[in-house]
Every structure is written in structure tokens, then in C-alpha cells.
Ligand binder design. Structure first.
Ligand SMILES: C[S@@+](CC[C@H](N)C(=O)[O-])C[C@H]1O[C@@H](n2cnc3c(N)ncnc32)[C@H](O)[C@@H]1O
Length: 423
């Protein structure tokens, strides 16, 4: 069934929104003001997902996409709107989430925009196809692999490696096994992780080591799945990343902020909120992006995470940078065993950077603790706003909330919020 509609706005998932006889339509790649003929494809949330059949007229913010794969590749959903409209929409996502929780939005700063080519981590899907690999990003909401020949979002050193990987990896890839590869651009070069079930024989491992040489990789590792610790096959140079004065070698596939400039922005905003001489607790420290960015000026930093190898990397980096006496780590699942107010009794600042689910339990603890400064880094405005309301109920008022675009042309938005306890 087709309908002629006008797109009124962009929804939180990045789709164009339109009304069709009182029912909401979600239209991928629809821009506000577009006059479109669309066809319903199926139910979606409180309405229907619809595809564009014909463009009758373009809205004022529609622009040509930056990448030839836009519309097919599922990696980007918002290349078709102007930078100004896109950036305003991202900031509005934070404003709306906070307003829904009754939080004053006056302290929300302008969005820090993302630049093309900043993405230093990529994860791609792989399917063996005889003498070569089908290697690319999944199409939107699909397992179909789109074999990209360009990716303006990715660091050029990663994007240019993709054609070589398609042929070089094919002879060693386990037969008939779909998998993924994760690429990270580090100071030592590219860190490549193959995530694929199936055995690598001795000959395959030798071939992989040779391939690391040919492609001049920093490190090449393998893992059968994301739950199993990866096994390095070749380490030619340390795949180090820099956090403040420390060089850290993350475990293969370990979490890092996706963009280098974005990470520097996030770390800068965190560091400027933490006073010199602070006693800091970093609750989701990972490999130390923020803990090590603040450690030089802090009196002490205590870093928590449930990821042991990430904390090992953090501590090794701290020690090598001469910060070992100031930095301590503790492996701890903060959902199962949240920190208590007693654990935080001498802290003068806390950093939270939880996964998308947020940090409900620890926000509640912080609300009742005496910690005067809380810096919350979030990748999900909805769970952040929920937790911000809890912090506010305990007297921690947001002073400044800075939205940061780390995932260019996607619906995702990060933010750094600084809370101070009012007397
Ligand atoms: C968004 S990452 C941030 C990591 C680090 N702050 C950074 O910027 O690189 C979230 C971190 O929370 C950790 N994490 C997730 N769930 C956790 C839990 N229940 N307890 C402790 N840490 C957890 C993950 O291991 C991951 O390192």
C-alpha cells in the first residue's frame, strides 16, 4: 500500500517521521520537508516502517550523501541532511531526554561535531566466497553484507586496507564460517582481530603471521567468539594508544572510544572538570581513557571495571608512565557488587562511563555519598537522563552537559556531564 506523505521530523532512531491518516510512519533516509511516495513494510514500534518509492519534492535540509554506499550500507543513516540540521537534531536528542526527566536544559552546551575520517575502530562482517572474502558492513536491519569500497567515516589507513584484506585473508579464513574482523588504528599501526569459530591449523597460523608481515600490521589476533580471550598470532610492534602521558596496549578487541579526536574531546572535558589534587574513582575505567588522562594532576586514582585484561593494560601503562604509585585498579562487577558510600568516603571526584544501560545503582549510591564532583560520560541520553535525575535528587546539580558527536551520520550521541554538589 503506497501513500503520499510529508516528512515532519527525524525520529530518535534517525528515520524520517510522517503521519499517514493518524498513523506514524518511520521512513529510513527521509529528510524533514521531503514530499514522498512511500510503501509500508511492516509494523515498527508505535507505527509502521515505510520505504521511499518516489521523491516528489526535497525538503530544505536534504543534501547529497557523502558516500556512494549510503542507503545500502547500514553503517550510516543520516548523510542525507545538512550538517547544521543533523547537528541540531543530535543536540536536541540530549535536550529532549533531559526535559522528559524534568531536568533544566539551560546548561547544555553546543554539540562538538565529528569529522570524517576520525573513526579508528571498525568492525566488519566476513563471509568466505571461494578465493576471496565478502567483507563489509551489514545492510540496515539485515545480515546481508555490503562490500564497501569507500568509507568516509573511517580513518583512511583503515579504509584503504579493506581491499587487501579481502584477498589476503581468504586463503587462511576457516571454510564456510562467517565471522567478523575488528580493526583498530593504534600508534604502532593497525591492530587486527579475527573473530571466527573454527580451528586455525599450524599452517594457517604461519600464514597469518606472514600476512601480518605483508600488511605491516602491529598485531594480529584470533578469537572464536567475543567471550573468549583473543590469542595473539603476531605482535610486530606494540599496538599502543596514548591516554595523557601513558602509552597503553589494549587487549585485542578491548574497548576504546571509537574516534581519536572524539576521545580527546571527551577526555579533555573530563580532565578540566577534575581539580588538581583530587582523589578520583573511575567506575568504568576500561583501559584508562579517563583515569590516565587525569592521573598526573590527581592525588590518587582508583579505577574499577569488570574487564580484567583492560585493567591490566591500564596498570601497565600507568607504571610505564611513572604513575604506578598514584593509580590502583580493582576488577569488580558493579552491577553485582556496586560500590558503597563507604568505598567512596575519601573521593573528591567520581567518573562514570557506563555502557548503554547506564549506571542506575551507582547513581543512587553517589546521590547519597559526599563526593562533591561527578563527571558522567554517556552514550545513551535516555539512561543518562534517568541517572541524572537520581543524582540531582541527592543534591548533585548538572553544571554543564556537552553533547559530543563520536558516531558521525549515525543516531548515536555521546555527552560529558559535570555535576557538582550544592551545599
Ligand atoms: C563505555 S565503556 C568505557 C570504558 C572507558 N571509560 C573508556 O572510555 O575507554 C564501559 C566500560 O564499562 C565496563 N562495564 C560494563 N559493565 C560493567 C559492570 N557491570 N561492572 C563494571 N564494569 C562494567 C566495560 O567493561 C567497559 O570497560
Amino acid at each position: 500500500m503506497t501513500a503520499t506523505v510529508t516528512v515532519t521530523a527525524i525520529g530518535s532512531g534517525g528515520d524520517g517521521l510522517a503521519d499517514d491518516g493518524g498513523e506514524r510512519l518511520y521512513i529510513p533516509h527521509g529528510a524533514p520537508g521531503d514530499r514522498l511516495v512511500v510503501e509500508r513494510e511492516g509494523k515498527a514500534g508505535d507505527g509502521w516502517r515505510a520505504r521511499i518509492v518516489e521523491h516528489l519534492a526535497d525538503g530544505p535540509d536534504r543534501v547529497p550523501p557523502a558516500c556512494r554506499h549510503f542507503g545500502d550500507c547500514g553503517g550510516c543513516s543520516l548523510q542525507h541532511v545538512s550538517a547544521a540540521a543533523y547537528q541540531a537534531w543530535k543536540r536536541d536528542r540530549v535536550v529532549e531526554a533531559l526535559a522528559r526527566q524534568g531536568i533544566d536544559t539551560a546548561c547544555i552546551a553546543p554539540l562538538v561535531p565529528a569529522a570524517p575520517g576520525d573513526r579508528r575502530r571498525l568492525r566488519l562482517a566476513v563471509r568466505p566466497m571461494g578465493v576471496r572474502l565478502l567483507l563489509g558492513f551489514n545492510a540496515a536491519a539485515s545480515h546481508r553484507i555490503v562490500e564497501v569500497t569507500e568509507c568516509p567515516v573511517a580513518a583512511p589507513a583503515l579504509a584503504t586496507l579493506l581491499p587487501r584484506l579481502r584477498t589476503a585473508l581468504a586463503p587462511v579464513w576457516p571454510r564456510r564460517k562467517d565471522g567478523d574482523i575488528a580493526l583498530t588504528l593504534t600508534e604502532g599501526g593497525v591492530d587486527l582481530l579475527l573473530v571466527v569459530p573454527g580451528e586455525f591449523t599450524g599452517a594457517a597460523r604461519t600464514a597469518l603471521a606472514r600476512l601480518a608481515e605483508e600488511l605491516d600490521l602491529a598485531r594480529l589476533s584470533i578469537a572464536p567468539d567475543d567471550r573468549t580471550l583473543a590469542e595473539p598470532i603476531a605482535i610486530r610492534r606494540p599496538p599502543a594508544v596514548r591516554f595523557g602521558p601513558a602509552a597503553v596496549v589494549p587487549p585485542p578487541g578491548g574497548f576504546l572510544q571509537a574516534g581519536l579526536a572524539a576521545e580527546r574531546t571527551l577526555a579533555g572535558l573530563v580532565a578540566e572538570a577534575i581539580p588538581a589534587g583530587a582523589v578520583v574513582g573511575d567506575l568504568h575505567a576500561g583501559c584508562g581513557t579517563f583515569a590516565l588522562a587525569v592521573a598526573s594532576r590527581a592525588r590518587r586514582v582508583r579505577a574499577f571495571d569488570r574487564d580484567g585484561p583492560a585493567l591490566d593494560a591500564l596498570l601497565a601503562g600507568a607504571r610505564a608512565a611513572g604513575l604506578g604509585a598514584k593509580v590502583a585498579v580493582e576488577r569488580r562487577d558493579l552491577d553485582r557488587r556496586p560500590l558503597t558510600t563507604r568505598d567512596m568516603r575519601d573521593w573528591t571526584a567520581a567518573i562514570l562511563d557506563p555502557p548503554r544501560a547506564g549506571a542506575a545503582a551507582q547513581a543512587a549510591t553517589l546521590a547519597g555519598a559526599a563526593v562533591p564532583i561527578v563527571v558522567y560520560v554517556s552514550c545513551n541520553p535516555a539512561t543518562f537522563a534517568r541517572d541524572a535525575a537520581v543524582l540531582a535528587s541527592g543534591g548533585l546539580r548538572p553544571q554543564r552537559i556537552t553533547p559530543v558527536d563520536q558516531f558521525l551520520w549515525s543516531p548515536h550521541v555521546e555527552l560529558v556531564a559535570v555535576f557538582r554538589r550544592s551545599a
